[in-house]
Design a protein around this ligand. Structure first.
Ligand code: F6R
Length: 590
């Protein structure tokens, strides 16, 4: 995944793009580049590194002009090198392009273009785009006309911004990758995500696949690329503001977003009752329900399977979206797929949803990003309303997903109001758990664990899902190897790795404490260091994180101290917290 942003208007483009790139850094951060247009000249600066580093080295702010496009890269095709960084140009440097997505047929196109005499400078799939437009312009075509013909040749996914030295316009188009317009009183924006321009405007236009937009300093026009006719897109006003996309009093977005869970659970359960009731009818009617997601969203689905079973006595299948093709043949028009995704842009989730739709199954999704592909491709969607999640790790959206899925389970059990009350009331517990005092206490625990090579996490039932999520949080931000097991499983092999002092997080709930504590004893007797996450202290715990017993809501409250632990470990180990290595916020590639 990468982040793109373009600006055209009456202000200098480079400072606006630079700020935008910083806000989009969560989407990719191995290289960065900006191209601007001034007096029929295209200027390009790009290099390997993060926005701040590259900007200090190359001085992006020097770039002249009120029109520009820019890019944060998360490498897919070609290594992390200056040449592979975007923007990419045609042979003459007159046409310039930034891209998020994957051009699947780039090899054929590149071979064809090379035969026509085009010289390529990078190993990227993207570079075919400016050369294709250049090739079309040889036939006396104007820039926009040539771009239209060239873009139709592309297979795969893209959000693209294009500029040409002799025309003061930006062409913006998307297919399968996110792109949204911003409309301000001094110009127009096109970007992968709203935080890129939220400082300047709350007015946005969500684009659909095959929208082809021409942006000038004074207006924008949208066409359908395939049918080549104008389409109307309405201007929406978003409900959150620039403050929510800033760190505020916190040093990192991760901690800010963990603390926001005091509010986000309440926001998640603030849903239109009629829509919930309609979804419940679909759930009851369906012959076979699949909950699908990736990463943390998959863990939320897994937690929900226990919650549905416990609260509503209802069985759901939980499948990793990337494994869904193995189950597709079970789908019929009576099947219901519930797709869970923060970004609404995860490739594997979208592919699974498309496969389900092809077989006539109904798709309901749970999403945080309005206007994302998943909101368009589902029959119905529920918004998490968690506000922008900027840190690459999901924290607040993980618990929002569980809150929403729990609300559905309560509604299914005809206990909607009671359930909503319980979920709403969690703010009180979360407030305590995220307080400075608890954060400091967890920091003391992090001090003890910071030099460990391995951490194990165990839980039974619902707590197994929490253990998986806990391990993922620790791994991805602190780079300590963490592995999760269902309580009864560790002894079937992995217990061989337990040595003196090996830490093990043990998630305890009232309904399985006997069994899980006996698993903890097995680990302790091999020298393991036991960290209990529970409502009551126990003599076998070497450290104890107190979390009030909350029944099925344990899935929400027990993960919060571990999100903080992962954060503190990363701080102590000097990791790049909001941008862990090799990761990207949404994974738009297979
Ligand atoms: C982990 C994390 C990822 C995402 C996964 C799915 O902290 O953020 O594992 O949960 O990439 O992303 P979405 O929810 O956007 O589909």
């Amino acid at each position: 995944m990468c982040g793109i942003i373009g600006y055209i208007g009456n202000k200098k483009a480079a400072p606006i793009l630079l700020k935008g790139l910083k806000h989009l850094e969560y989407r990719g951060y191995d290289s960065v580049g900006i191209a601007t247009l001034s007096k029929k000249h295209i200027f390009v600066k790009k290099d390997v590194g993060k926005v701040g580093e590259v900007s200090s080295k190359l001085n992006f702010l020097d770039l002249k002009g009120n029109t520009g496009i820019s890019h944060n890269r998360w490498a897919t095709h070609g290594g992390v090198t200056q040449k592979n960084a975007h923007p990419h140009t045609d042979c003459s440097g007159s046409i310039v392009v930034v891209h998020n997505g994957i051009i699947e047929n780039y090899r054929e196109l590149k071979e064809w273009l090379i035969k026509k005499g085009h010289k390529f400078k990078s190993e990227t799939d993207t570079e075919v785009v400016p050369h294709l437009v250049e090739e079309e312009m040889k036939n006396e075509k104007k820039f926009a006309e040539a771009a239209k013909i060239a873009l139709k040749k592309l297979e795969g996914s893209y959000a693209l911004l294009l500029m040409y030295k002799d025309d003061n316009i930006i062409i913006a188009t998307r297919k399968g990758s996110p792109l949204v317009l911003g409309v301000s009183d001094h110009g127009y924006f096109a970007a992968s995500d709203i935080p890129a321009f939220i400082e300047y405007t709350k007015k946005v236009v969500y684009l659909s696949d095959y929208d082809f937009v021409t942006l000038t300093p004074n207006n924008f026009k949208v066409f359908n690329l395939l049918e080549w006719k104008p389409v109307r897109r309405k201007i929406d006003t978003i409900s959150w503001d620039a403050e929510q996309a800033k760190k505020g009093e916190f040093e990192h977005f991760m901690m800010k977003e963990i603390a926001e869970q005091v509010d986000t659970i309440q926001k998640a359960v603030q849903q239109d009752r009629k829509i919930i009731d309609d979804i419940v009818k679909e759930i009851k009617k369906a012959k076979g329900i699949f909950l699908i997601g990736c990463g943390s969203s998959y863990h939320a689905c897994l937690a929900a399977s226990y919650i549905f079973s416990k609260i509503a006595k209802f069985h759901v299948n939980v499948i990793l979206a990337s494994e869904f093709p193995n189950y597709e043949h079970f789908l019929t028009n009576d099947t219901l797929v519930i797709a869970v995704s923060q970004s609404g842009e995860t490739y594997d989730v979208l592919e699974a949803v498309r496969a389900a739709k092809k077989r006539g199954s109904k798709v309901i999704s749970i999403v945080n990003v309005m206007g994302s592909s998943l909101t368009r491709e589902s029959d119905t969607f529920l918004m998490m309303h968690a506000g922008p999640e900027i840190c690459v790790l999901s924290t607040k959206t993980y618990t929002s997903q569980i809150a929403l899925l729990s609300l559905l389970a309560y509604a299914l059990a005809e206990n909607y109001e009671e359930g909503k009350k319980k979920l709403n009331y969690l703010w009180n517990i979360i407030y305590q758990l995220t307080s400075r005092t608890i954060r400091e206490k967890i920091k003391e625990l992090a001090e003890k664990l910071k030099d460990k090579e391995h951490v194990f996490c165990i839980g039974r039932g619902l707590q197994y899902a929490t253990a998986l999520e806990a391990a993922l949080k620790i791994k991805e931000v602190s780079y300590i190897h963490a592995e999760a097991f269902a309580g009864g499983e560790l002894k079937h092999g992995t217990i061989a790795l337990i040595e003196n002092g090996t830490p093990c997080l043990v998630f305890v709930s009232e309904d399985n404490k006997k069994e899980i504590l006996s698993n903890a004893i097995e680990i302790k007797s091999r020298g393991g260091y036991i960290i209990g996450i529970s409502s009551k202290e126990n003599e076998i715990f070497d450290s104890w994180v107190k979390v009030p017993e909350s029944n099925t809501e344990n899935a929400i409250v027990q993960i919060i101290p571990i999100q903080i632990l992962a954060y503190q470990l990363a701080v102590l180990r000097g990791c790049d917290i909001d941008h862990p290595r090799n990761l990207a916020k949404s994974v738009t590639v297979p």
